[in-house]
Design a protein around this ligand. Structure first.
Ligand code: CP
Ligand code: NVA
Length: 303
């Protein structure tokens, strides 16, 4: 593993190895066992979009690992004034030991990795959100003890979250079902790949997707960058809500996951959100542990 650009680049063994290390780091942190694997190293964090979880968990993660992190907003760097990513990559590689980037185009992340000489971690693009899904997989395994025979249902927009959940979920052995409105399907190549595994369903029927599910996942109707479509999307996605009625067709002990931030009354009702808050906030916490595992895997081996 040289970078984390998208989950499609990792095989099952590599994903499980990250999750196992994440479990270990979580145990060590809870028990006050220091793990300074990245002593003296610095991570640069480029943000072209807002963030609470990603920014804080990466920064705290580097601190926990004995290193430090630098917040680099597009607004305050030359990136925001048009300096090419190819040049930024070559400059930052001379100062930093790793770069996390949150931006719009997946291509920008790929170029950063191509032109730079340090590990690059995708902290969300319009195409995917691999760090989130590593934390999601960690959380599902924590609550369900296994991936075998587990059905994960995603309800909503076929966006970055859906793309990464399909890839990650299927790679670790789960069955994945996605329900989204026509015209809002996940990436066509990912759908094609997933269909070939025989463990994937794509439907516009939320009840079909959620039926007998062990984990029900949803995300906002309008993602970052789609703010101007918010009103149209409210209409399109009106039937794509995780509520008590939908949960009644899932397995009785089904968990609910949400990458956050959540919009109560839109993609999820307040009652379902609060009934599953322990799972959702464990999921948010696991961002820290999963990303620390990714950073150790990527940045320790470059020392
Ligand atoms: N889930 C997630 O990536 O949250 P932030 O946008 O707050 O980083
Ligand atoms: N789909 C959402 C995920 C936020 C973590 C977005 O891209 O805004």
């Amino acid at each position: 593993m040289k970078h984390l650009l998208k989950l499609g680049d990792l095989d099952e063994k590599e994903i499980l190895s990250v999750l196992n290390l994440a479990d270990q780091l979580k145990y060590e942190k809870k028990n006050g066992i220091k793990h300074h694997h990245l002593e003296g190293k610095t991570l640069g964090m480029i943000f072209a979009k807002s963030s609470t979880r990603t920014r804080v968990s990466f920064e705290v993660g580097m601190y926990d690992l004995g290193g430090s992190a630098l917040f680099l907003s597009n607004a305050n760097t030359q990136l925001g004034r048009g300096e090419p990513i190819e040049d930024t990559a070559r400059v930052l590689s001379r100062y930093l030991d790793g770069i996390m980037i949150r931006t719009f185009e997946q291509e920008e992340v790929e170029k950063l990795a191509e032109y730079g000489s340090v590990p690059v971690i995708n902290g969300l693009t319009d195409y995917c959100h691999p760090c989130q899904v590593l934390a999601d997989l960690m959380t599902i395994r924590e609550f369900k003890n296994t991936f075998k025979g587990i059905k994960l249902a995603f309800i909503g927009d076929g966006n970055n979250m859906a793309n990464s959940l399909i890839v990650g979920g299927i790679k670790v052995g789960m069955e994945v079902a996605v329900a989204c409105p026509k015209g809002y399907e996940p990436d066509a190549d990912i759908v094609k790949w997933a269909n070939e595994t025989g463990r994937f369903t794509l439907t516009s029927d939320i009840y079909e997707a959620a039926k007998n599910a062990d984990a029900v996942y949803t995300d906002v109707w309008a993602s970052m960058g789609e703010e101007s479509e918010a009103e149209i999307r409210k209409k399109v996605f009106a039937g794509y809500q995780v509520n008590a009625d939908l949960m009644s067709v899932a397995n009785p002990d089904a968990m609910v996951l949400h990458c956050l931030p959540a919009h109560r009354g839109e993609e999820i009702t307040a009652d379902v959100f609060e009934a599953h808050a322990n799972e959702i906030f464990e999921e948010a916490e696991n961002r820290l542990h999963a990303q620390k595992a990714v950073m150790v895997k990527l940045m320790k081996q470059t020392s």
